[in-house]
Design a binder for this molecule. Structure first.
Ligand SMILES: [Zn+2]
Length: 495
């Protein structure tokens, strides 16, 4: 038994869009493109992406290792016709990543779903039990009038859709897998675009998030690293993660977001909110919030990000980074209100990568799928250091290429928005915020004094048992699949 059973090499069975094999119409919007794909089509696609990798000279990055964690089953779920969250954006992202041939430069894992025990490391039993047993509902309940809404589940934000528990455990499974690979030093950068669900609370769903995979992954990192820096560039405040690590000095959270309490979700994350007010609480000064107004530009965002994260890195000296890359901060997002382009968003990833610290990159929000896919594919390129090699023109063989509207990875603001949004962020205000952060950081003890005083409980034996059992099951399944494939086409499907 080896770790290879967890590793897939393109093409994977069902590597291209595949049959939906459940009763419910999980993917409605894109039901047609998700129709059947033959082995021959899979093999043809594989040859094209292999050629793309050669054309762009995509090779494994030098001196470090990148892993990519997905679960194709997760992508089939559907929150409801009018809900902004479309898990299909993950399919579109992967479509770009593979079409450029980037998969050849990374370790690609299909992560197993997280177990109940693993979710229980952060979430309460009551909440998980309800999440696992509440029946799916066709239409969301009216939260204001229906008193039956429990744990904020079943309303229009967090509907009880078909397959919800599986969806959540798969999302968490990807991020936990990423954390395990970082802890085991098998990866230096681990990418989990299916994670990043930063609003979920211990016993409550919130803002399209049910299970906080980031918190679970950071708990895992804390077993191996003394200090973890959490950075959040989603357009919304990373409230769930901030709250989870509110009282510890082993995690510092930094969130850049639109802030307009009363009208913009979740309404928390003001500049003065820097953790517990009591100096006796170790978490004091370990939460940093950068509240922004509509219309911020690439140039301003990059300057702010680098000024703040640069200082935080100097002072806090993180031993690992958890970077949430919510793509709703991009211009043209269905919910977001910034003027950020792929280049500005991705500059944050590049800056963090250059710090040379082990890092997990999470997804998060992002409600215009073509923009999400562009950003996350380009950020994957940065992770494997091929951002300067790839052609901005989206490869011709990319599935759903038409869906991107413009054939470049970097459409202009005019192409995305028609007219850019008015920028309500003055340079003076941004400078004041950097100044405020500088002052907060003076209160943060210089890094080496941090001790391992609150090591999260170890799942030890339980986890190893579960791991071994699941591995066995997965191997059996893989064997069966491989046999079927080989009989079917007679083409060697391995690299
Ligand atoms: Zn968001």
């Amino acid at each position: 038994m080896s770790m290879d059973s967890f590793r897939y090499k393109p093409p994977k069975p069902n590597y291209l869009p595949h049959n939906v094999d459940v009763d419910e119409p999980i993917v409605e919007d894109f039901y047609k493109p998700l129709g059947s794909v033959t082995d021959l089509e899979n093999a043809t696609y594989f040859n094209k992406i292999k050629r793309a990798a050669q054309t762009y000279n995509i090779t494994r990055p030098k001196g470090y290792n990148v892993s990519f964690h997905t679960n194709p089953e997760m992508e089939k779920h559907h929150f409801g016709q009018t809900h902004p969250m479309k898990p299909w954006r993950l399919t579109l992202t992967k479509s770009l990543v593979t079409s450029y041939g980037m998969s050849f430069a990374m370790d690609n894992y299909v992560a197993r779903a997280a177990t109940y025990e693993e979710l229980n490391m952060f979430h309460s039993n009551d909440y998980l039990d309800y999440l696992g047993t509440a029946p799916a509902e066709d239409t969301p309940r009216d939260v204001d009038t229906d008193k039956e809404v429990k744990y904020n589940l079943g309303g229009s934000d967090c509907p009880l859709f078909y397959g919800l528990y599986d969806y959540c455990s798969m999302s968490a499974g990807g991020s936990l897998d990423a954390a395990r690979k970082i802890c085991a030093k098998q990866s230096d950068i681990a990418v989990s675009w299916g994670g990043g669900l930063h609003h979920a609370k211990r016993s409550e769903a919130s803002g399209f998030c049910y299970i906080n995979d980031i918190v679970l992954a950071i708990l895992q990192l804390l077993r191996c690293f003394p200090r973890v820096l959490y950075i959040d560039i989603d357009v919304h405040h990373g409230d769930g993660v901030e709250e989870a690590f509110f009282s510890t000095d082993r995690v510092m959270t930094v969130s850049f977001h639109k802030y307009q309490p009363e009208v913009f979700f979740p309404g928390t994350g003001g500049l003065e909110d820097n953790g517990p007010k009591s100096e006796h609480n170790p978490g004091a000064h370990h939460a940093i919030n950068v509240p922004l107004n509509d219309g911020i530009t690439d140039e301003q965002y990059e300057w702010l990000f680098q000024s703040i994260i640069g200082q935080v890195n100097e002072r806090f000296r993180p031993s690992a980074i958890a970077l949430q890359c919510g793509a709703d901060s991009l211009a043209g997002d269905r919910l977001g209100r910034f003027n950020l382009q792929v280049q500005g968003h991705a500059a944050c990833v590049n800056f963090c990568k250059k710090l040379g610290i082990p890092m997990i990159i999470f997804g998060g929000g992002g409600y215009t799928p073509r923009n999400v896919a562009r950003a996350w594919a380009f950020e994957t390129a940065i992770a494997i250091d091929c951002q300067d090699k790839i052609d901005p023109v989206i490869p011709m063989h990319t599935p759903w290429r038409d869906h991107f509207h413009h054939e470049t990875l970097f459409p202009t603001l005019e192409q995305i928005l028609g007219e850019p949004r008015a920028n309500k962020n003055t340079q003076k205000r941004l400078q004041d915020m950097v100044q405020h952060v500088t002052e907060q950081l003076r209160f943060v003890n210089f890094a080496p004094s941090v001790q391992y005083k609150t090591i999260p409980p170890d799942l030890g034996g339980i986890r190893d048992d579960v791991e071994a059992r699941l591995k066995e099951e997965s191997e059996e399944k893989n064997d069966r699949l491989r046999r079927t494939r080989e009989e079917g086409v007679g083409i060697a499907m391995e690299l």
